[in-house]
Design a protein around this ligand. Structure first.
Ligand SMILES: Nc1ncnc2c1ncn2[C@@H]1O[C@H](COP(=O)(O)OP(=O)(O)OP(=O)(O)O)[C@@H](O)[C@H]1O
Length: 236
């Protein structure tokens, strides 16, 4: 329940779901259905008023969430900090990010000096640089531009094969590409579907404003980019 001075918003009612370890779960939902709230509950940054969230294994911060990074620190320092907090090897993560995102030349520069594109590359590579058991994403599973974007999408598929992935989306195309199991958030409840196609059909019957799905056209992926956080405010 969200409470503001003027209203109360009950987002979920008797929500009960279990996601199998090792699967990739795609959660579809219309605007305002509670996708971000659910990811925050799963990740632990929001606590439920009632009930419990039980996690088995380590869980990543939401993909491309920049909240953990400090603009005055270098990329390497930020990665060491996040790795330390989560019990992983900071130097291994730094090596991975520098190479994967082509940031070797700037990894020891303060992140405030990174261009927007470099920040995006850093955040996506950093999100997958540590071996969490569970990765969570609120709409932005991968991003960046050009060749990096392609490699980043392959990286998601590689992590999907090794870990549990839980992501929200409004895109049927993203569901087809990345989900093993489908779920639909609607009216405060979560409906799960072993067959992703059934989840997509249920969602399309509910959300009249679903992004267009042209069967392979990249346009509905653009929607995925909107939720990438810009952690450091205006660019320098
Ligand atoms: N901090 C908050 N305070 C009050 N109400 C909130 C807060 N965050 C979300 N809400 C409300 O809770 C409901 C669910 O919001 P949420 O952002 O989780 O949905 P969403 O499916 O992620 O939406 P979108 O697709 O637009 O990002 C909405 O009605 C929203 O207005």
């Amino acid at each position: 329940m969200y409470r503001t001075a003027r209203r109360q918003a009950r987002v979920f009612e008797h929500l009960d779901a279990a996601f199998p370890g090792g699967a990739s779960v795609g959660i579809l939902g219309a605007r305002g259905s509670g996708k971000s709230t659910l990811i925050r509950l799963i990740g632990g940054s929001t606590l439920p008023d009632r009930g419990k969230v039980r996690r088995v294994g380590s869980i990543s911060p939401p993909i491309a969430s920049g909240q953990a990074y400090h603009a005055a620190l270098t990329g390497r320092e930020n990665l060491h900090f996040v790795a330390r907090v989560n019990g992983f090897d900071g130097e291994a993560a730094t090596h991975f990010v520098a190479r994967f995102a082509d940031l070797e030349q700037v990894i020891d520069q303060p992140m405030s000096t990174y261009t927007r594109e470099r920040r995006a590359r850093f955040m996506f590579a950093a999100s997958y640089a540590m071996p969490f058991d569970i990765f969570i994403a609120d709409e932005a599973l991968f991003g960046g531009e050009g060749a990096f974007r392609e490699r980043c999408s392959e990286l998601v598929q590689a992590r999907r094969a090794q870990s549990t992935l839980i992501f929200t989306t409004r895109s049927p195309q993203m569901m087809r590409r990345f989900a093993d199991i489908g779920a639909v958030l609607h009216g405060g409840r979560l409906y799960t579907f072993p067959n992703v196609g059934d989840a997509i059909r249920a969602y399309l019957s509910i959300d009249r404003n679903a992004p267009p799905d042209a069967g392979g056209m990249p346009d509905d992926e653009e929607h995925e980019e909107r939720s990438i956080e810009e952690p450091f405010g205006p660019l320098v």
